[in-house]
Design a protein around this ligand. Structure first.
Ligand code: ATP
Length: 243
């Protein structure tokens, strides 16, 4: 499920409620289990989170940072097993972080660190993965790669993924079910072509867009600039001049 919506719409708050880091009314159930009141080790084996603004622990290497994801499996003696190291090694490889394994996380670029945060969350091997803007610092290629990887894991391991995305075209390409949150409420939900419409994006984002259908079935959202006429200086509907 992919959450979209304007700033302040409630995407992060919803993810934090599912993650158990803010209080909420009502119940949140996953696979028949109430998430409220779960013990921290059990919760960490159930829910993995990629927060929007994760802290970078000073002096910690990328390897140790990703190994933190194995905490729910590490014995009480605190020693990581061969399996922990294998899982982490594979993730470092997949996310192109092997060469950075012994670098301090504080020295990474925004995109490198974002991949390390995802690796740490995937190392938890939890069936529910919450991603808050997982591609916000990534270049186009890495953003596609990360979303493909998450989609593959969703298929292969049966993960449930709830992701907040600002990039509506990425959402229109990758989301199976979209939820548009605005003012803390669900404004629309469904398939990409039902939610990413000119009307809904105009009403809830105050945005002027053109929606294009991608032949492969996805949706492309093109932001339109208001066109200024040179002759009368008035602002005209940008749609008029766009093929
Ligand atoms: N701890 C808090 N105390 C008070 N208000 C909060 C708190 N956390 C979030 N809010 C408010 O709740 C609303 C929803 O915020 P939230 O961070 O969930 O939005 P968002 O959809 O993730 O936005 P963005 O796209 O800007 O990241 C905002 O108006 C925000 O200011």
């Amino acid at each position: 499920m992919t959450l979209v919506g304007p700033n302040g719409g409630g995407k992060s708050t919803l993810l934090r409620a599912v993650a158990g880091s803010v209080d909420y009314d009502g119940d949140i159930e996953f696979a028949g289990t109430q998430l409220r009141g779960m013990r921290s080790r059990g919760r960490a084996r159930t829910v993995a989170v990629v927060p929007q603004e994760p802290a970078r622990p000073a002096g910690m290497t990328v390897l140790d940072y990703v190994l933190l994801g194995r905490t729910p499996y590490v014995s009480y003696l605190g020693v990581e097993s061969a399996e922990d190291l294998t899982v982490v090694g594979e993730l470092l490889e997949t996310l192109e972080l092997s060469a950075l394994a012994y670098r301090a996380v504080t020295s990474l670029s925004g995109g490198e660190f974002q991949r390390a945060v995802l690796a740490r969350a995937l190392a938890q091997q939890a069936p529910l993965l919450l991603l808050d803007e997982p591609t916000s610092s990534l270049d186009l290629g890495h953003a596609q790669q990360v979303l493909e990887l998450v989609d593959e894991l969703r298929g292969e391991r049966g993960l449930t993924v709830v992701s907040a995305l600002h990039d509506l075209t990425m959402a229109g390409q990758f989301a199976d079910h979209l939820v548009l949150l605005a003012g803390g409420r669900v404004a629309a939900q469904g398939a990409a072509h039902d939610v990413l419409t000119e009307e809904l994006l105009g009403a809830h984002y105050g945005a002027r867009v053109r929606i294009l259908a991608d032949p492969q079935g996805g949706v492309v959202v093109v932001p339109l600039r208001e066109a200024r006429s040179q002759s009368d200086g008035k602002i005209h509907d940008g749609r008029a001049g766009v093929a």
